[in-house]
Write a protein that binds this ligand. Sequence first.
Ligand code: ZN
Length: 99
Amino acid sequence: MSQFLHPIKCQNCNGDIKLDLDNLASYCPYCGSQLMIDISTLQTVLLEREKTKRQIRNAEIRLEKQKDENKNFTIMWVTYFIFILILAAGGGLYLLFSK
Ligand SMILES: [Zn+2]
């Protein structure tokens, strides 16, 4: 199933068709006639496809960035926690040996 679908009407029977943008040479499922796609529709369709692809790509990039940010956030807190542990251990040792 293609994710690039564009609604058009059959010139022969006026049936509603979802044009598969990955396979532009299509036939009407109602009357079987070959669909004639005019150039402006084709341009719209191709622009839509590019836009959809770009949106998907952008969403993927955003997701990657989010993952990286989460990773950095975890690393920051682990580092902070280790730092606090070292401070606490140092403080404990100081208390132990200063008496
Ligand atoms: Zn038709």
